[in-house]
Design a protein around this ligand. Structure first.
Ligand SMILES: C/C=C/C(=O)SCCNC(=O)CCNC(=O)[C@H](O)C(C)(C)COP(=O)(O)OP(=O)(O)OC[C@H]1O[C@@H](n2cnc3c(N)ncnc32)[C@H](O)[C@@H]1OP(=O)(O)O
Length: 256
């Protein structure tokens, strides 16, 4: 494992698949400020590496992807320091969301609060069969904020409201039924299910996937007509590399 910094370890394979592990954050992978900054810095460092094709974001233990923001740190916050604290977490979520290639959240065990916000910023969420999810913020006296705003888009307003206003946890089958996670892996098969997704992504044009991710992000922000018109330009620009011609030629020439 390559150590990018004290809280961010990276393993990569020859295919361009990179695993970023949140390190030294306890078995629950709790996001205190140093951890949050370090993971954000690690992601920003990797984001210019054109050899990366897929990123898997994970904790170091199987107990949790991310157990949430650090309550032991937050208990000491006041008005000014609270904004600084939450801005760090926002910046981490934005670094995930802006990462130029598909990002997969590897979700064993617990994923709560700020952890679920980070996961919501990922492109794909793959859960272990016994994973649990929740937004317990209101139980410790704070509203769910920043990338919790993605939840209504993922699971609809009613279910997002249920999560952030009841603070009840849900299990993996419920998360799957709600659309909060994309797949639930049978026992012992979390990495196999992720590998299946990785292979599907690796079978696609890397430039097309980068472009598709950037476009999806703009679709999230723009009105429909602007989204459609922007897409015309993006389609044209995709022919600036030889990838479309190469991959379409391979299709045309395929042996049957
Ligand atoms: C903007 C974002 C806001 C947020 O994210 S708010 C925080 C959201 N997260 C939570 O509220 C989770 C709170 N934690 C729990 O409910 C439980 O933990 C779990 C269900 C995740 C796991 O339970 P179990 O396996 O029984 O572990 P344990 O004994 O409760 O915790 C082990 C150690 O981890 C510390 N810990 C757990 N969550 C946090 C946290 N979010 N911030 C700081 N520390 C945390 C505990 O205190 C304890 O520590 P010690 O061993 O010293 O007693």
């Amino acid at each position: 494992m390559q150590v990018l910094n004290n809280h961010c370890g990276v393993t990569r394979d020859t295919r361009g698949v990179v695993h970023v592990a949140i390190c030294n954050a306890g078995p629950l992978n709790i996001l205190g400020s140093p951890v949050t900054d370090a993971v954000r810095e690690g992601l920003q460092q990797l984001s210019s590496d054109r050899s990366i094709r897929v990123l898997v974001l994970r904790g170091q233990s199987e107990k949790s992807m991310i157990g949430g923001a650090d309550i032991k740190e937050m208990v000491k916050l006041d008005r000014a320091s609270a904004e600084a604290f939450i801005s760090r977490l926002r910046d981490l979520c934005e670094a995930v969301r802006a990462f130029p290639v598909p990002v997969i959240a590897r979700m064993p065990g617990w994923c709560l609060g700020g952890g679920l916000e980070v996961a919501a910023a990922c492109d794909f969420r793959i859960a272990a069969h016994d994973a649990h999810f929740g937004m317990p913020e209101v139980r410790v006296g704070i509203p769910s904020v920043i990338h919790a705003a993605l939840l209504p888009r993922l699971i609809g307003w009613a279910r997002a409201r249920w999560l952030v206003m009841t603070a009840e946890n849900i299990d993996a089958p419920t998360a799957l039924a709600w659309g909060l996670v994309d797949k639930v892996a049978p026992e012992g098969e979390l990495d196999a299910v992720i590998e299946h997704l990785v292979q599907a992504l690796l079978a696609c044009g890397p430039e097309a996937l980068r472009s598709q991710k950037a476009l999806l992000r703009q679709w999230e922000e723009l009105p429909l007509t602007e989204s459609v018109n922007l897409s015309v330009k993006v389609f044209g620009e995709s022919f600036l590399t030889d990838e479309p011609t190469r991959l379409m030629q391979a299709f045309v020439n395929r042996k049957r």
